[in-house]
Design a protein around this ligand. Sequence first.
Ligand SMILES: *Cc1c(COP(=O)(O)O)cnc(C)c1O
Length: 368
Amino acid sequence: MSSVSPPRAWAEIDTDALRHNLNVVRRVKPDTRLMAIVKAEAYGHGLEGVVKALDNEDCAFYGVATVSEAARVRDTGVQTQPFILGPCFDGEREEIVQNNWRTALSSLEEAEHFNSLGALYHKPVHVHVCVDTGMGRSGFLPSELPGLTERLKQYPHLHLEGIFSHLSAAADDISFTHGQISGFTDAVNVLSANTTYEYRHLCSSAAVFNYKVPCANMVRLGRILYGYSPMPSPYNKELRPAMTLYSRITLIRTLPGNHGVSYNHCYITKGCTKVATIGIGFADGYLHYLSNQGARVYINGQYCPVLGRITMDQIMVDVTYMDEVNTGDLVEIMGPNVSWEELTRRANTIPSNVITSISARVPRVYIP
Ligand SMILES: *Cc1c(COP(=O)(O)O)cnc(C)c1O
């Protein structure tokens, strides 16, 4: 047993793969700044570990969803500022201003409050105007923009640092996406007529390889950073998934034929069956949706079918035909042989759901 690997279930994070994936995007988009999205425990890879692994990669910002995630970025000691991607409660804004965190701006109420907090703390508040070009989640409507630039002049403590928008169907609806791109370009022109600012960003992973946005100078990378591209592209094969999820066999038993396995006996042994119990379940993030969907794990070079329902802490797999199998043996749950995509398909969900479900009970082990 390797000394760094906890024995039950753990996620090994290849930090080199993270840096490699950033550099694939850098090569494709040489003049574009990168925002590394580290929200949701860095898509299950561990926020602190990922932030530290990218410290020398010259990312413009670390994208987070909440002020508590922003505080965790700060506490790693890196210089790069967190960017809060969505709206916050008014009680959270003081902390944003005091820490000089970057934030999205979606309404005049937010603008006014941030301006008065900037005055109170004698600090410029760096904001990126969010424009709703079709996502319907946050931001100013394009029709509200002409008035916004005038109003911003009344808020001397707001420092307009950027403008951004978010695509709602980049992987599925190309013509709608082109509409969003042209809406964003118009918004940039409206805002640029009276004022200057540094960052213009629209694309996230689904768009970065497949659309051109000439007015933009930054992309926000979530899934691609972690090695998964949501849209077909010639660059996809260069990406390296950063996480391998492992567990171990805790028990091996031989069950007779016609014996139910797991809750509700969705699986019943056909004949004498060697069943291995493995120390991972849905509470670790091995999705319950994988029950009875033909999911498989990889043990000692062979695929083993998962039998019956996923339970909270354990799964059972068929090892009848394995040449050599013992308790303690390493089990690849997700990795080079059982891809993130395969689990997504079998669980009938989306890729981010698979990866962000991996819970706090699973230690993250970083390969430097
Ligand atoms: C989560 C998020 C992203 C990252 O999306 P990926 O598709 O994983 O790259 C980018 N922008 C915003 C606004 C987000 O909320």
